[in-house]
Design a protein around this ligand. Structure first.
Ligand code: WTA
Length: 639
């Protein structure tokens, strides 16, 4: 294990952990009192495994806690300091944000959106994105945000699954100086879906658009809407949002989060992890299309009345120093980013960050993938000048909020580069073997969560059975996140990556099956298999093997077409770094592709005796396919 870093920054509250260890339900009940409830709950936790319902019969509103609470205290406080790639800037105070949210909420109502209805949001990183989420929660509608790096087919699948009545989008967004035409993607995805009644379009890029019957211009409706909207008093267990995330099947899973428990989890963890103070300027570089944005851009910081920077575009554009210019310009005190972003910043050398004034920084966070110790140390030394703790937060879309992380807001413990340290108060995690038996320290196993926690997903949208089978069938009484981990002798957790077929490409979660079914939807592809290989910046990159249909002829042009196809149906984030056309894939006798073997070949690992790896394998076929793959790999065709 690596050297420890004890920089002694943080509080020394030992009581909170003690209370949490004594009775986690009572502990979370105490935390819930930090929020504003219209009516108090009568049961803190209803645990009907594997379904947890927190603060039952409590009445609450997410947007009220995120906005009105701060407006009553100090409405002039800045909520969002927004900046675009082209130096365009906007500032919104809490008061302005509340008014804006109310106008959009009233507009949604006028379009017939009611409590429990779903609204799909496909917007760039602009204040209207935050406003749209909060407008939904104001009226009890369920928001479902789709990351703007997904394309039409992915959007279509998600909109069909959630049966969204209204879509909120923009004409376009900016990325590396280019305009991404979002409305056009939405048109392709949903124009023939009858249940989609309205498409509300914000004119951000100011480009010409085709306006269809369902399309409404944001400005036309919102400018005339009323500035006050009574918050809907929803049950604590009322769904707040659906967020689709990739799993091990081709169909993305609609992770469903509730309101009260989720908000309590975020309120407390945001306070513990970031030790948030009135004067802080916070910047989370995530996109709101992912859970980090939902939890630690929208709900967590706003419930604390924090001021935050929001940036649209690439953090290395128009110059690779952009991120450090932002830190200097806004005097950012807390930066929350990803290992992929850090590896990218590192590649540009130390001169860029060291030539900027980064002295305002006091806490540095990371999320989404394991952080290599080398990157951790660079973050600590070059960015934090050895004064800022590195807060490595482990969690998932399903957990709602952080589960394992240093918590300077509560306690000071030595940090170890590459470890997310310990579980948070009120959270009970462990490392177990295949059979669920607790493993001794320093042994690699599966991470599990042993007790329910407030941010826990309610279920998967419309599919309780799948919820049970994905998370609660490997171990009947423990939640299975799908990650490998080790706990060391000091009780620190070291996260070792996914134990399933989920990839983390640039911190983005992508299921291999989703990309494979994207390939197979091409008319010339019979079969496809994808796997991840290590990548210097992105952590992992995608490599694809495809088998063509009878009669199809391999050519460079076809390979390019296949890459374009996957970009179009899944999205640019699913673009493989390498694509190989092969004549067959290694499979078991029952026809399952042996992705483990593919991965071994792709990563140049020793395969050993295939007959012992998979009993059912058609060994000869596998060998033949592997030989062919090996040969193809050696030709090293890089796409
Ligand atoms: C991985 C992102 C190591 C992990 C918030 C998890 C991490 C998956 C860390 C969830 C971390 C997240 N260290 N690995 N600090 N944080 N992961 O749903 O594999 O996009 O299961 O949520 O990211 O990804 P998701």
């Amino acid at each position: 294990m690596d050297t420890e870093y004890d920089i002694g920054l943080g509080n020394n509250d030992t009581l909170t952990r003690k209370k949490a260890n004594q009775d986690y339900v009572k502990f979370w009940e105490g935390e819930a009192n930090n929020l504003y409830w219209f009516e108090k709950w009568d049961k803190t936790l209803d645990w009907n495994p594997p379904f947890a319902r927190w603060f039952v019969n409590g009445k609450i509103n997410a947007s009220y806690n995120a906005l009105d609470v701060t407006v009553q205290r100090n409405g002039h406080k800045n909520a969002i300091l927004w900046e675009g790639e082209n130096n365009k800037r906007r500032v919104l105070t809490y008061h302005e944000l509340l008014n804006y949210v109310c106008k959009v909420a009233n507009t949604l109502k006028s379009l017939g959106v009611k409590k429990g209805d779903r609204v799909t949001i496909y917007l760039p990183m602009i204040p209207e994105l935050i406003v749209s989420l909060l407008a939904c929660s104001r009226i009890g509608a369920i928001h479902t945000v789709i990351f703007s790096g997904f394309s039409s087919q992915s959007i279509r699948d998600r909109v069909i699954d959630s049966k969204s009545k209204v879509i909120i989008t923009a004409d376009g967004g900016f990325r590396r100086g280019e305009i991404v035409k979002l409305k056009q993607v939405i048109d392709e995805a949903v124009s023939d879906l009858d249940f989609v009644e309205n498409v509300l379009v914000y004119e951000h890029a100011k480009i010409p658009m085709l306006m269809g019957k369902k399309d409404k211009r944001w400005g036309d409706l919102i400018n005339n809407a009323h500035e006050f909207c009574e918050p809907e008093k929803v049950d604590s267990t009322h769904p707040l949002y659906i967020l689709y995330t990739s799993g091990t099947t081709g169909k993305p899973k609609g992770v469903l989060h509730g309101t009260g428990g989720y908000l309590v989890h975020l309120y407390s963890t945001f306070k513990w992890i970031f030790d948030i103070k009135e004067s802080d300027i916070y910047f989370c570089t995530a996109d709101i299309g992912w859970v980090t944005g939902h939890s630690y851009i929208v709900y967590g910081p706003l419930m604390h009345g924090a001021t935050q920077v929001m940036y649209e575009g690439a953090l290395t554009y128009p110059t690779p120093a952009r991120i450090w210019e932002l830190v200097e310009r806004y005097k950012i005190t807390i930066l929350y980013t990803t290992p992929t972003a850090l590896r990218m910043f590192m590649k540009y050398g130390d001169l860029l960050p060291t030539s900027k004034d980064l002295s305002s920084l006091r806490l540095l966070g990371t999320v989404g993938e394991p952080i290599n110790p080398r990157v951790w140390k660079w973050y600590f030394q070059i960015i934090g000048k050895e004064k800022c703790p590195i807060i490595d937060t482990w969690w998932q879309t399903e957990t709602g909020g952080a589960m394992i992380s240093p918590i300077p807001g509560l306690e000071t413990i030595p940090l170890k580069p590459g470890s997310a340290t310990r579980q948070l108060p009120g959270i009970n995690v462990g490392v177990v073997d295949e059979y669920g038996k607790e493993l001794p320290p320093e042994t690699k196993g599966y991470l599990v969560v042993k007790d329910p926690w407030p941010g826990m997903l309610l279920s998967l949208w419309g599919d309780d059975e799948k919820y049970k089978s994905v998370y609660w069938s490997k171990y009947k009484t423990m939640y299975y996140p799908g990650d490998y981990a080790i706990m060391d002798n000091d009780g620190y957790f070291w996260m070792l990556g996914r134990a399933d077929d989920v990839l983390k490409v640039a911190g983005h979660r992508l299921g291999t099956a989703e990309i494979e079914s994207g390939f197979v939807s091409h008319k010339l592809i019979a079969e496809a298999a994808v796997c991840g290989i290590p990548h210097e910046v992105k952590g992992e990159s995608i490599i694809a093997f495809v088998v063509l249909k009878e009669g199809a002829i391999q050519s460079e042009q076809l390979e390019d077409e296949l890459i374009q196809h996957i970009r179009k149906v899944v999205g640019p984030i699913a673009t493989p770094d390498k694509l190989y056309v092969v004549s067959k894939l290694p499979k078991t006798r029952s026809g399952k592709i042996m992705r483990r073997l593919l991965k071994a070949v792709a990563n140049n690992e020793k395969i050993g005796d295939v007959s012992t790896l998979e009993d059912e394998a058609a060994v000869d076929d596998v060998r033949a396919a592997l030989n062919e793959l090996n040969q193809t790999m050696q030709q090293n065709k890089i796409k």
